[in-house]
Design a protein around this ligand. Sequence first.
Ligand code: CO8
Length: 259
Amino acid sequence: MQPEFIIIHQQVAPYVAHIQLNRPKELNALNLQLMTELKEALKSLDADDSVRVIVISGNEKAFAAGADIKQMAGKSAMDMYNIDQFSTWDTIKKTKKPLIAAVSGFALGGGCELVMLCDMIIASETARFGQPEIKIGVMPGAGGTQRLTRAVGKALAMEMVLTGKFITATAALNAGLINRIVPVELYLQEAIRLATEIAALSPLAVRMAKESVLKAFDSSLEEGLHFERKNFYLLFASEDQKEGMQAFVEKRTPVFKGK
Ligand code: CO8
């Protein structure tokens, strides 16, 4: 079935796919259907050998202004428990290929949390990040208190989560939340350029490197180093390792096949 609230662009560049969140009138508020469509799209692209990196964007005005407040407003705790929307997020988190968020305008609440679930973030000058849930009587629920704190540190995370204030792209860059800021007309192009750069490398090495960096967030240093070493050794079983090193010796550009 065709998704209603996202647009999937296959091959926007070699081995790069782009998913655009598409509820513009609602500032891409993340309703349950949109999140299910996003999960299904990511699962399918993750299994597709013609895709190595995935870019997720909204539009110029909003990446996403959060979970759909109108859909949640009348729910009880048991409704929320039974809907179990976070199982969708848990599946998205398991995406093996790199996810690059291209952010312009609002990235708020669940929108900011979705951005932080991505591996890299390219922002336009107009990007605004925030966890404003406190202003509507709740708090972040899709990782905001954890990922934001790890990214920007306690002081700023506490201020953002307890006051709901938004921060600018410049503040986000200074705090280490995002990779870079580009003019608004270039933010998507730059995200796709970065994706293309990564997509030219060995997809096996890229996937294992992503997995290893993420391991740093939920393991001790010793466990993380052990995990990294195993992945490093494992890559010597790949044709891409032979190709990469041979190409270096022969002074030519390697051609990686993901084998
Ligand atoms: N949910 C539903 N509708 C929204 C949302 C939202 N989060 N954000 C904006 N909209 C709608 C507005 O209701 C409005 O619709 P309508 O024209 O029918 O009235 C339309 O989008 C345009 O919005 P505004 O008129 O308000 O536009 P402004 O430019 O004046 O303001 C703001 C933009 C500042 C972004 C403002 O819309 C706003 O404050 N939005 C809410 C931001 C927010 O509180 N986000 C957090 C939501 S809670 C959350 O994310 C919990 C996450 C944990 C679970 C994650 C599961 C997905």
